[in-house]
Design a protein. Sequence first.
Length: 297
Amino acid sequence: MSGAQITDEGWLAFHPSPRKPAFRLPEGAVDAHCHVFGPRAEFPFAPERKYTPCDAGKDKLFELRDFLGFSRNVIVQATCHGADNRAVMDACRAAGERARGIASLRPDVSRAELERMDAAGIRGVRFNFVRRLVEATPRAHFLEVAERIQDFGWSIVVYFEAADLEDLAPFLARLPGIVVVDHMGRPDVAKGAESAEFERFIRLMEDNPHIWTKVTCPERLSLQGPPGYDDVVPFARRLVELFPDRVLWGTDWPHPNMKSHMPDDGDLVDFIPKIATSAEAQRRLLVDNPMRLYWAR
């Protein structure tokens, strides 16, 4: 095997043949959280990366999009690519109006580069606070980037774990523009959807109407496991019901750093009607909200 194909030991590759979901997505549905990895021969991984995945390029992503029944993707920069956003920008250009991107930026990014990204379809920046995935970044750097992207009308995606929310909450409240929290702030499912920890996240959203969340990744949070991930349902359903205009959903394909199992994306799509139980809620979650955030201009 050539060195170009090396991945981390035990790396789980994306499902090779997901099943067709039983749930029929509403017309115009958006997969609002997914990634592309490489292909590394064209878009090498960052030297400072914390993991080395398999290739999972735009062609495979678009094939999955069409198979599951989505119309569009929001492609989030993967940490294995660092602040080199070429793979995401290439995928957005290839998809045209069918994709938007979320970038990772250094504080010294030039305005000219921001303009190039915007023209390619980038509509947001991601701030990652998960220590096992990235090196710590001074919050002043995040604030500087957050201010600079306001001229373009971009939003901010933040990724953190529930144990860090108490410390992060004042900072998140200060961020300008719309802020979208990945994966419900990664709650500890064992503690329950009425736990003090999850109540803190609910209060964060109640107190800050500019904060949205993605009700995503039951496969990462569940203790019960596939195919239903039913122990995650109360968390996601509660957020969909409380904040119907501030929730998004996505596959998280190709599911980086999964250890327990590799989910079937058909199972993940069939999770949606468990948490958005009416046609109206499903349309807001999958069509209206992502279109308003990422395709409004």
